[in-house]
Design a binder for this molecule. Structure first.
Ligand SMILES: Nc1ncnc2c1ncn2[C@@H]1O[C@H](COP(=O)(O)OP(=O)(O)O)[C@@H](O)[C@H]1O
Ligand SMILES: Cc1cn([C@H]2C[C@H](O)[C@@H](COP(=O)(O)OP(=O)(O)O)O2)c(=O)[nH]c1=O
Length: 217
């Protein structure tokens, strides 16, 4: 019997504090004896990293942007995520599909239903039987680092050079945050909302608590 893989995604607006905790959580999960694959979206494969650099730096219309995100995801799923889960590894991913719904859907106002159609095309798993219907690859847990956009902007000021998304106004990030909220309401049990408006140590405790309560660390 193969061990079951574990898939955890990290989400939130830019500057919410996700990246600060990814490596530490990876270390905790490694401590349970699992191999950890630490990755990110858009990106995670040579092709997807090229698509990332286009999506983050070139001007384009919202449909092109959404298609690039899903094209990068498709390659990432096929080359990295699915093989890792099949081996029984833990995949820790800095952003996944919820970011597309939040940024392209919420932030850009791109059609939610079209994103759902693309999600089904890109993330469907081979069905075990016809009766079992189409299953989609989704994270086992999504840690949503929730922070008011004004606080995130303060944290990011001077921290790094802004890309096409990070240079957006606060109203854009309010809409992204609402996108995450909507996405969580559609599948609440998959999400743990982490109050990111606390000290690093308190946020870390909340992250550990969410993963520990599921028996994974
Ligand atoms: N709890 C916190 N309190 C204050 N600053 C923080 C906190 N967590 C992270 N930061 C800082 O905020 C900035 C953005 O954090 P980062 O982890 O890069 O965010 P993200 O990956 O979500 O964009 C970094 O400079 C980081 O050091
Ligand atoms: C995965 C994904 C990311 N994004 C955006 C969110 C971020 O602003 C940007 C890159 O994400 P991120 O890796 O968090 O940026 P950084 O390395 O600067 O912390 O891409 C989308 O718009 N849609 C998506 O589907």
């Amino acid at each position: 019997m193969t061990a079951q893989g574990l898939f955890i995604s990290f989400e939130g607006i830019d500057g919410a504090g996700k990246s600060t905790h990814v490596e530490a959580l990876a270390e905790r999960v490694r401590g349970t004896g699992r191999t950890v694959v630490l990755t990110r979206e858009p990106g995670g494969t040579p092709l997807a990293e090229k698509l990332r650099s286009l999506a983050l730096h070139e001007a384009m219309d919202p449909l092109t942007e959404a298609l690039l995100m899903f094209a990068a995801r498709r390659d990432h799923l096929q080359q990295v995520i699915e093989p890792a889960l099949a081996r029984g590894d833990a995949v820790l991913c800095d952003r996944f599909t919820d970011a597309t719904f939040a940024y392209q859907g919420g932030g850009r106002g791109f059609d939610w239903q079209t994103l759902s159609t693309l999600e089904r095309m890109v993330q469907s798993l081979p069905s075990v039987s016809e009766a079992s219907g189409v299953k989609l690859r989704q994270p086992d847990l999504t840690l949503w680092f929730d922070l008011p956009p004004s606080t995130a902007a303060e944290r990011l000021a001077g921290a790094r050079l802004p890309d096409r998304f990070e240079s957006q106004p606060i109203t854009f990030f309010e809409a992204v945050r609402a996108g995450y909220e909507r996405r969580m309401s559609e599948d609440p049990s998959r999400f743990a909302r982490v109050d990111a408006n606390q000290s690093r140590e308190q946020v870390w405790q909340a992250v550990c608590q969410s993963v520990h309560s599921r028996g994974w660390i």
